[in-house]
Design a protein around this ligand. Structure first.
Ligand SMILES: Nc1nc2c(ncn2[C@@H]2O[C@H](COP(=O)(O)O[C@H]3[C@@H](O)[C@H](n4cnc5c(=O)[nH]c(N)nc54)O[C@@H]3COP(=O)(O)O)[C@@H](O)[C@H]2O)c(=O)[nH]1
Length: 687
């Protein structure tokens, strides 16, 4: 291009028009004298919108006055006016510009200001982001490692050095694979790289090695950085050490799913295993069995030996269960003394019979706990999915019902759920409801059976025996309802009611017929173990009646004394101190021990009816031995179930003290029994 084609002003105008830097001339009043296209572009105005308008238009309202003053001061004093300014684009967006100004005299008149401006908004933002990124990199709690396209480390942040022990100088140029712990398979890293190549990122947990050699688990995310052409230029890895968190999570999971006492899965984990097993059974059309195992009378172990011994026993039981059902899907402790087993893939319902037998047999062997030998047995209930039910809640209920049926029929056995069992259980529940009603509606009546002295032939005492006079079913035997009352705890209020009735009756009879008459009252083991057992009110009633020592005898069973429990011991001691005598009922049928007889201040032994019945056979030797032993310990002996003169004769020969039985009288209601008491003393034995 030939420069002679340009005049000077045309040349300058062309320069102004093409110049990428914004240029403006502002007069003393602050009005734009000229602006070039780049200047207009920066602020988003047209030239005509700017010319002859105040340059303060590009400043926020609150700054307009001060920038005009600064402008005029600059022109008057020639101070420096350059730097970065926050300004406004036409559309209202905030921007940052860099400007420099020089004084300029366009018409040799008032000075004007020549301004050249660059929009540095984006650069400032980028700088700010860089500053933040650098601060984050430095201050991050997460370790950050940046590698080049060859995956060699170019930078690490301070958190990296803290977490790994390695400084930047030590790792620069190295490949992060050098931190490998060796815990992961090759396939793990292949998958990681595949994900990085395909998706540009990877996240996961990696075991690496610390500088000090220890392994740690890190939660790592890697991002791939590419240039505009798609070439990998960096990998950025960010991680934190989650070894401790993982351990805590595992511990929490362990605690949430496993039983601390036995180490077996707990109810929570068991439930999900049961759901899985049911799903599997439905898919494969196989059967699945749920076995519920409840230890028999485990409570007495806890009560007599303490919870630590109880826990130890549970641990040993768990080990034995594992041995008995090695192929089980799950063996769990559901709580207390209740265990459960899931057995999958069975072809017929009876497939669990063998396992149930094994468990019962395995538990038969003694346990050595705290230097003491202990025995436990179990009651097992089994229900089959989906034969019995397809509902897991019902499956549980079924197995539970089967297990309780075992408990109610003597424990230490197993039973499969059946429809008949279901009906029987419902009948039982009905009876329990009726029993509660009976207590509320006073449907009980105390019958009395005389106990006769073999020395005098007189009725010396009565045994109080309860009857349930049901409004429609007539008299219901205590053999039927006492076990139910014991199971439900109703025996406590029923027993208290009986005792109070009997004490009041004795008081009346003593005044009316015989001041020496005594009363025997049956006490259930459940009563004596119960928290609610009201021994104090008993004693108060006795004291109020003015009974002397020995007026009342309680009849208890031998089994009660076997595992001595604090509460039972306390209650028996209280009664003994209050002058109540203690008789062992059905003596000879349980675990008799001389030591117990001494320890618990027993006063009488009642020879069981079965021995009296068999007095012509082995019963004779047994009765001989019991009477001799009782007398040697200073105890009185009462023979139960005496029905014949022959039995009475033999018992007299053996030196028995008292007899009770149909020979004299069946248990009778008050009005009937009074007919016996009304007879003259010397005659009342001849009834
Ligand atoms: N906790 C409580 N238990 C009680 C109470 N009342 C009774 N019972 C217990 O219920 C069982 C059955 O009692 P029952 O049907 O009253 O039977 C008693 C007698 O009727 C029966 N007996 C007495 N003499 C004879 C006889 O010559 N032949 C014969 N076949 N039966 C006879 O024995 C039962 C008395 O038993 P015992 O208590 O062992 O002395 C029974 O276990 C009762 O204990 C109660 O109030 N509380």
């Amino acid at each position: 291009m030939n420069k002679t084609h340009w005049d000077e002003s045309g040349l300058f105008q062309a320069i102004l028009d093409k110049c990428p830097v914004g240029i403006a001339v502002i007069d003393y009043e602050g009005l734009y004298l000229t602006v070039n296209p780049a200047y207009c572009d920066i602020y988003g105005y047209t030239k005509s919108e700017m010319l002859n308008h105040s340059f303060t238009m590009i400043f926020p309202a609150e700054a307009k006055q001060s920038v005009l003053e600064r402008h005029q001061k600059f022109l008057a004093e020639g101070i420096r006016l350059g730097g970065e300014w926050p300004v406004l684009h036409h559309d209202g967006q905030q921007m940052t510009v860099f400007s420099e100004s020089v004084t300029f005299y366009p018409d040799k008149g008032l000075p004007a200001r020549l301004v050249y401006v660059q929009n540095i908004t984006e650069r400032k933002k980028a700088q700010e982001q860089m500053r933040i990124a650098a601060a984050v990199f430095e201050a991050s709690q997460e370790a950050i490692v940046v590698t080049d396209g060859e995956n060699n480390i170019i930078s690490v942040n301070p958190a990296f050095s803290i977490l790994t022990g390695w400084s930047l100088e030590e790792v620069k140029g190295h490949n992060p694979r050098e931190f490998k712990s060796g815990r992961h398979q090759r396939s793990f890293y292949i998958e990681m790289w595949q994900s990085l190549m395909n998706t540009g990122q990877w996240m996961g947990e990696v075991w690496d090695r610390h500088k000090n050699g220890t392994e740690f688990l890190k939660e790592l995310s890697i991002s791939v950085i590419k240039d505009p052409d798609g070439n990998v230029i960096n990998y950025v890895g960010m991680f934190s050490d989650i070894t401790l968190r993982k351990k805590q999570e595992e511990l929490i999971w362990q605690q949430a799913n496993y039983d601390a006492v036995t180490g077996l899965p707990n109810r929570h984990l068991f439930q999900s295993k049961l759901e899985q097993a049911a799903l599997h059974a439905s898919r494969t059309s196989h059967l699945m069995a749920l076995m519920l195992i409840d230890l028999d009378q485990f409570k007495s172990v806890n009560d007599s030996m303490g919870h630590r011994a109880g826990d130890e026993l549970l641990g040993c039981v768990a080990m034995r269960l594992l041995k008995c059902a090695p192929g089980a899907d799950c063996i769990a402790r559901l709580g207390g003394d209740e265990f459960a087993i899931i057995i999958s893939d069975i072809n017929e319902p009876s497939a669990c019979t063998g396992i149930a037998h094994n468990i019962l047999k395995e538990l038969e062997a003694s346990f050595a706990i705290n230097g003491e030998t202990m025995f436990v047995s179990a009651s097992i209930g089994i229900s089959i999915y989906p034969t019995d039910t397809e509902n897991l809640e019902d499956l549980f209920k079924n197995a539970d019902q089967a297990m309780y049926a075992v408990k109610n029929s003597g424990r230490k056995s197993f039973r499969y759920y059946s429809r008949a069992l279901h009906d029987a259980i419902h009948a039982r529940l009905r009876m329990i409801r009726n029993l509660r009603k009976a207590l509320e509606e006073n449907q009980f009546e105390v019958y009395y059976q005389p106990i006769v002295s073999l020395k005098t032939g007189h009725i010396t005492r009565m045994e109080a025996l309860v009857r349930w006079i049901h409004p429609t079913q007539g008299i219901i035997s205590p053999d039927i309802f006492i076990p139910l009352a014991e199971d439900t705890g109703l025996i406590v209020p029923i027993g208290n009611w009986i005792a109070n009735q009997a004490i009041k009756q004795l008081s009346y009879w003593r005044k009316k017929y015989n001041p020496e008459l005594k009363m025997a009252i049956n006490l259930s083991p459940v009563q004596l173990r119960s928290q609610e057992f009201d021994d104090i009110s008993w004693i108060q009633t006795l004291q109020r009646e003015g009974f002397h020592s020995g007026a009342i005898t309680i009849e208890i069973t031998e089994g009660l004394l076997l595992n001595s429990e604090t509460r039972v011991n306390h209650n028996l001691k209280m009664m003994h101190q209050a002058g109540i005598q203690i008789a062992i009922d059905d003596f000879g049928t349980g675990y008799s021990s001389l030591a117990y007889l001494r320890k618990f201040n027993i006063d009488f032994l009642k020879i069981d009816r079965s021995f009296v019945e068999d007095l012509q056979g082995v019963g004779y030797e047994l009765c001989t031995a019991i009477i001799a032993m009782a007398h040697s310990l200073g105890l009185g002996v009462i023979a139960e179930g005496v029905e014949t003169e022959e039995q009475k004769k033999l018992l007299i020969e053996l030196g028995c003290d008292y007899i009770q039985g149909y020979l004299y009288s069946k248990p009778l209601p008050v009005a009937e029994i009074e007919k016996l008491l009304i007879l003259p003393m010397h005659d009342n034995h001849s009834v």
